[in-house]
Design a protein around this ligand. Structure first.
Ligand SMILES: *[C@@H]1O[C@H](CO)[C@@H](O)[C@H](O)[C@H]1NC(C)=O
Ligand SMILES: *[C@@H]1O[C@H](CO)[C@@H](O)[C@H](O)[C@H]1NC(C)=O
Ligand SMILES: *[C@@H]1O[C@H](CO)[C@@H](O)[C@H](O)[C@H]1NC(C)=O
Ligand SMILES: *[C@@H]1O[C@H](CO)[C@@H](O)[C@H](O)[C@H]1NC(C)=O
Ligand SMILES: *[C@@H]1O[C@H](CO)[C@@H](O)[C@H](O)[C@H]1NC(C)=O
Length: 439
């Protein structure tokens, strides 16, 4: 059934791609992000903020589902506002959970399929288009959608929380992912699946395997392959929270987008983690006469005018990011390096509204700092039974890992090596970086 692959059916294992995998607000400026396909439906409760939102898009008047993310018409100013309203999440402190805006229902369609990865016009250079390139690369190598290739898109606005806090949407995703992995294995003679996750998808995948019983992991997951996973968050997120990030989409009002982006739980999850960034100064505000490290995040959120974020950050996110659980399955982390990445920001007398006066760059993949890409997983390699491999891809950016030919070749080689039951060390992968990371 599978052709063109040396391993063929005898050792072929299913590959599950954590699609929609993206760091919503922290992409390098040359491109913008997308998740698979987030659809929305508006109910009676929906209160349009303008006439445009009342009538756009037409299908919604019939109570139908329409594409919320990504719809290119958001670049039209009045519609940017409708888009932002509908994307906005609310933290309900009584329920201790996030929910959609009133009257907005959302769903991620085509779970399990990779077709959502193809949904967008690749000419728009959206990240989904890049996921599409990876899926196509795997298909050319003989993997077949629905047989041994599956997509696992998620609603990237939501996140997970620390122990004891509910996360209705995020937990449901983990459960769905678990079921998908099981059925992918069942469809492949019970052989365990390879999970491939990009960016935030890596954090979800880690939580899924770490929260599963060891017997489940052993039976169902052959290896977790992460691409550009921001294990300890990213300094660029602080810029997003302070100033907004139009994700490279032209003509969009950054401040409208900023307010919406601030409400996404996943963005809090991706703030620099104290465990990784310690008390290094990341942001200075001359207006406030203060400097902020990852340990000062609640003060930072207050000072940028986002006090609403303090409680969910403190109660839900900080306990979540305090520890990076061991996956308990072999892991291969591919990381881009050598690309200028925001390392610190200085805001002047004009305060946060005026934008940064000075941006200092350091090493990373252009979005995620090197310390966050590789530092946190060092601890895993202390356990003798935890297999961790790091493959460094010089000059490959956060999303470039999904489109640069050399990176794609490397990913394919790794997946083939896993399927051939070889360890990556016996393949031609350049592992020189690992010596640096683990000695
Ligand atoms: C940073 O924190 C460590 C311990 O957490 C402490 O020893 C050190 O003095 C601190 N450095 C600064 C500059 O505050
Ligand atoms: C700024 O803070 C420092 C101590 O953190 C203090 O010595 C200085 O007087 C402050 N300056 C202003 C203008 O408030
Ligand atoms: C940041 O945290 C450090 C150590 O926890 C503390 O000494 C400092 O006052 C804090 N700064 C701000 C601006 O909250
Ligand atoms: C392949 O790997 C599995 C465990 O991952 C091992 O049990 C099996 O013996 C290996 N087969 C070969 C041919 O190396
Ligand atoms: C391996 O990577 C290092 C830098 O990370 C580079 O200098 C070296 O040429 C690479 N070797 C091969 C065989 O690609």
């Amino acid at each position: 059934m599978v052709v063109g692959r040396p391993s063929s059916s005898s050792v072929a294992r299913a590959v599950v791609l954590l699609a929609a995998a993206m760091l919503l607000s922290t992409l390098s400026p040359c491109c913008c992000a997308s998740a698979g396909q987030l659809e929305a439906r508006l109910t009676e409760e929906y209160a349009p903020s303008s006439l445009a939102c009342r009538v756009w898009p037409v299908v919604r008047l019939r109570g139908g589902w329409f594409r919320l993310w990504f719809d290119p018409s958001v670049v039209v100013a009045p519609l940017t506002r409708c888009f932002a309203d509908r994307m906005t999440l609310f933290y309900d402190s009584v329920a201790d959970d996030y929910r959609n805006a009133p009257g907005v229902e959302t769903r991620v369609s085509d779970f399990g399929s990779t077709s959502t990865l193809r949904y967008l016009d690749p000419n728009l250079k959206l990240l989904t288009g890049y996921m599409n390139v990876l899926a196509s690369t795997l298909e050319k190598a003989g993997y077949e959608e629905g047989f041994d290739l599956f997509g696992a898109p998620y609603d990237f606005r939501y996140g997970l929380a620390g122990p004891g806090h509910p996360s209705r949407v995020g937990s449901a995703y983990l459960e769905r992912l678990r079921k998908l992995v099981e059925s992918a294995c069942a469809a492949n003679g019970g052989r365990p699946a390879i999970l491939v996750a990009h960016s935030l998808g890596g954090l979800y995948a880690l939580q899924m395997v770490a929260r599963s019983p060891p017997a489940w992991r052993a039976a169902n997951v052959k290896r977790l392959v992460t691409l550009s996973a921001p294990w300890g968050g990213s300094v660029q997120e602080m810029l997003t929270f302070a100033s907004g990030n139009t994700l490279g989409v032209p003509f969009v009002d950054a401040s409208l987008i900023r307010d919406e982006q601030r409400t996404a739980e996943s963005n809090l999850w991706l703030l620099p983690a104290p465990r990784v960034f310690g008390n290094t100064t990341l942001v200075v505000s001359r207006h406030h006469n203060r400097s902020y490290s990852a340990k000062n995040m609640t003060q930072f959120l207050r000072d940028i005018g986002f006090a609403e974020g303090v409680e969910p950050y403190r109660e839900r996110i900080r306990p979540l990011v305090e520890v990076l659980p061991e996956p308990g399955v072999p892991v291969t982390c591919l990381v881009g390096t050598g690309v200028d990445t925001v390392e610190s920001l200085v805001y002047g007398e004009g305060g946060f509204e005026a934008g940064p006066e000075k941006v200092v760059y350091g090493d990373g993949d252009g979005t995620v700092n090197l310390d966050s890409l590789v530092g946190p997983i060092k601890a895993w390699s202390d356990s003798p039974e935890q297999v961790v491999e790091v493959v460094e891809l010089p000059e490959v950016s956060h999303s470039g890992i999904l489109k640069d030919k050399s990176a794609l070749d490397q990913i394919l080689r790794i997946i083939d090596a896993i399927n051939l039951n070889a360890t990556t060390s016996s393949s031609s992968i350049n592992r020189s970086s690992q010596d640096v990371l683990y000695n």
